[in-house]
Ligand binder design. Structure first.
Ligand SMILES: C[S@@+](CC[C@H](N)C(=O)[O-])C[C@H]1O[C@@H](n2cnc3c(N)ncnc32)[C@H](O)[C@@H]1O
Length: 190
């Protein structure tokens, strides 16, 4: 079913999490026994399915996307995978309109994907949402290897690099950058 979701992602021009990072998201969700997870940027549901695979069967994934066509594809992927409807809340809307409505310190894991221009704002919201011991994950943290190359100073690379820097400098967090997929930046909230 992941394969179909990935094919739909290609059809809709919406890049999906790469398998290495997806598998790691499952492992992190399982290690945290994550019952409450937020995903910013649902796409066609590829990362959502990886997360759901790692979460306990009573865990609920809240996933947000402004593109209705993407959310529709994700809902199809969840149904194909046999995910019980009560396990997902797929919310249409701009994440910065939706995230402030979610409860402080109530979530085990927040995945920030979506749009690099909004990463910094989404990470700030994620930190508010996480319980102590919870994890924020930023997908695409290597941005095709460009983040690690100091000669690359285009706008998106600089934005993604800056998000990594700010997470590493944040005293509230214990960060780790894992070079799986396109780079998964994980940071545990103390
Ligand atoms: C790269 S895809 C996410 C892929 C998903 N993580 C996966 O692995 O299947 C990015 C998604 O973010 C959504 N998006 C676009 N602009 C956004 C914004 N400003 N904030 C958050 N998400 C946005 C897009 O509609 C798109 O569905």
């Amino acid at each position: 079913m992941l394969l179909r979701a990935r094919e739909r992602a290609a059809e809709l021009g919406c890049p999906a999490v790469l398998p290495g990072a997806g598998a790691l998201l499952s492992v992190v969700a399982a290690a945290l026994q994550a019952r409450a997870v937020v995903e910013v940027g649902t796409g066609t549901g590829v990362a959502s399915l990886w997360l759901l695979r790692g979460m306990p069967s009573d865990g609920v994934l809240t996933t947000i996307d402004a593109e209705l066509e993407h959310l529709r594809a994700a809902r199809t992927a969840f149904a194909e995978e046999g995910v019980a409807p009560a396990r997902t809340r797929a919310i249409p809307g701009r994440p910065l309109d939706v995230l402030p409505r979610l409860t402080d310190a109530a979530y085990d894991l927040v995945l920030v994907g979506g749009e690099p221009h909004a990463y910094a704002d989404h990470v700030a919201e994620a930190l508010r949402l996480l319980r102590p011991g919870g994890v924020v994950a930023v997908d695409g943290a290597l941005h095709g290897g460009r983040v690690a190359d100091p000669a690359r100073r285009d706008e998106v690379t600089t934005l993604v690099r800056e998000v990594g820097r700010s997470l590493r400098a944040d005293e509230r967090l214990v960060p780790a950058l894992v070079p799986s997929g396109d780079g998964l930046l994980l940071a545990v909230r103390r």
